[in-house]
Design a protein around this ligand. Structure first.
Ligand code: SF4
Ligand code: SF4
Length: 137
């Protein structure tokens, strides 16, 4: 089994179509929706984790692209380096899942790895390089 985190960008004409349902039922890919922003008649996007056999995932992504869905790959994991963090809190607002949060009563920044969806929104915000993409060894 393999898994991939991707952002799916849906053009307006696909917003009310059962695209993820077809991905599951026709392509045999398990879809875990981590975040979704869908507005009628506008581009919508979803951050999803796809699970399935490697070939199924590739076929599923090709299926989406053929339909007109734009697919962006996300890093598998983001690492928070506590030793570099100065707890300035600049990364808290862009983090959509509250994986970066303030610990009370110390008011220091903490990182909940389980909540992180590797969207990378915090990477460009941190002035000290305390969040980075984890490189697999
Ligand atoms: S990558 Fe950064 S902004 Fe995105 S969920 Fe993880 S900690 Fe939050
Ligand atoms: S932006 Fe960087 S230095 Fe500031 S709290 Fe977040 S991880 Fe720490």
């Amino acid at each position: 089994m393999a898994k991939k985190k991707v952002v799916l960008n849906f053009p307006p004409h696909l917003i009310d179509q059962p695209v993820t349902y077809r991905l599951i039922t026709e392509q045999g890919v398990r879809v875990n929706i981590l975040r979704a922003r869908i507005t009628p008649k506008e581009w919508g996007n979803m951050v999803v984790e796809l699970n399935g056999k490697k070939a199924r995932l590739e076929d599923g992504l090709a299926f989406l692209r053929e339909l007109g869905v734009e697919v962006e790959h996300l890093a598998e994991e983001v690492k928070w380096r506590e030793e570099l963090c100065i707890h300035c809190t600049a990364c808290l607002a862009p983090c959509p899942t509250k994986a970066l949060y303030v610990e009370r009563p110390n008011m220091t920044v903490g990182f909940d790895r389980e909540k992180c969806i590797a969207c990378e929104l915090c990477l460009n915000v941190c002035p000290y390089g305390a969040v980075e993409i984890a490189i697999e060894q």
